[in-house]
Design a protein around this ligand. Structure first.
Ligand code: AMP
Ligand code: MG
Length: 277
């Protein structure tokens, strides 16, 4: 097994390849390259990042990289699909603006903000990085990309079985609440136990319900199993905002599987979820 861990996107990222060797090392190096590139383009914490240069301009079409365009395009699709429960402009946004104020020009890969907005790609950028890393690792067949709550499971484990993924218990540190089997799939979890917003008040966490402007409390965690990590990442955040019934309905409508856990530890899951003991 080849294993490497680096810090990227404010989390520990670990990549494992079942069969070690020079090719595995090179692929792992390129996979980490995507994390660093996406982080540097999409971060809100560096005023010179491509994202921050985009949001500094209003009313003009700004040509952007394929990476930033893809992240924003996908975030807007998630906003539309979730009826606005997912909104990349919602977290600590400028009052009045919303995702509908963002216009994409696919032909020119340009983005226009029609009013001043805070654009936060925190719920999709990690998933995009996991997907691009997984693409680099695909020739290795059997591998895992683990980016703190967001995973892609390539192929099979060292015993030749599908990967077995533990879902963290949202209230008991170090314990797991369920296991899923996954092969060539992503598993992403949003939980209220994650990073706190720096200026958060009591009971506030890093996810915001765009409709109320405060953190949603109907769920403690939402886990999504899908073909790709950007999809799973965005839908986990959206389901978290929507709560148990509407969240599961969204996942079923989108054709992905998932499991959500309420603060009282009740579980709700999609009909097709293959859970393993
Ligand atoms: P995740 O950990 O994938 O659920 O993503 C949470 C991150 O996405 C937060 O740290 C914010 O950067 C951003 N975010 C918070 N609330 C929302 C929301 N309702 N829609 C889209 N992004 C959000
Ligand atoms: Mg997410």
């Amino acid at each position: 097994m080849a294993v490497r861990t680096e810090v990227a996107m404010s989390t520990l990222v670990t990549i494992r390849a079942v069969r070690p060797g020079a090719v595995a090392e090179e692929s792992i190096g390129r996979a980490f390259g995507w994390f660093h590139e996406i982080e540097s383009r999409c971060t809100r914490f560096d005023p010179s990042s491509e994202l921050m240069r985009l949001t500094a301009q209003t009313g003009v079409a700004v040509p952007v990289s394929a990476i930033l365009f893809e992240a924003v395009r996908f975030a807007l699709l998630a906003a539309e699909a979730s009826g606005g429960a997912f909104d990349p402009t919602a977290a600590r946004g400028v009052a009045g603006g919303g995702w509908r104020d963002i216009e994409l020009d696919e032909a020119r890969t340009a983005i226009t903000l029609h009013r001043p907005l805070t654009l936060d790609l925190g719920a999709v950028a990690k998933g995009l990085a996991v997907d691009l890393a997984a693409r680099e690792l695909a020739p290795l067949e059997d591998f895992v990309v683990d980016a703190g709550g967001d995973l892609y499971l390539g192929g099979r484990n060292e015993r030749g079985d599908p990967w077995r993924v533990g879902i963290r218990h949202p209230r008991r540190e170090g314990e797991l609440i369920a296991f899923l089997r996954a092969s060539n799939q992503a598993v992403c979890t949003s939980g209220d136990y994650e990073r706190l917003a720096p200026q958060a008040g009591d009971g506030e966490h890093h996810i915001v319900d765009p409709r109320s402007g405060v953190s949603p409390h109907a769920l403690a965690s939402a886990t999504v199993l899908a073909s790709g990590a950007m999809l799973a990442d965005a839908l986990a955040t959206a389901a978290f905002v929507l709560g148990p019934e509407e969240g599961i309905a969204l996942l079923e409508r989108m054709g992905v599987e998932g499991l959500v856990v309420t603060p009282a530890l009740q579980r709700h899951e999609t009909r097709g979820l293959r859970r393993v003991a």
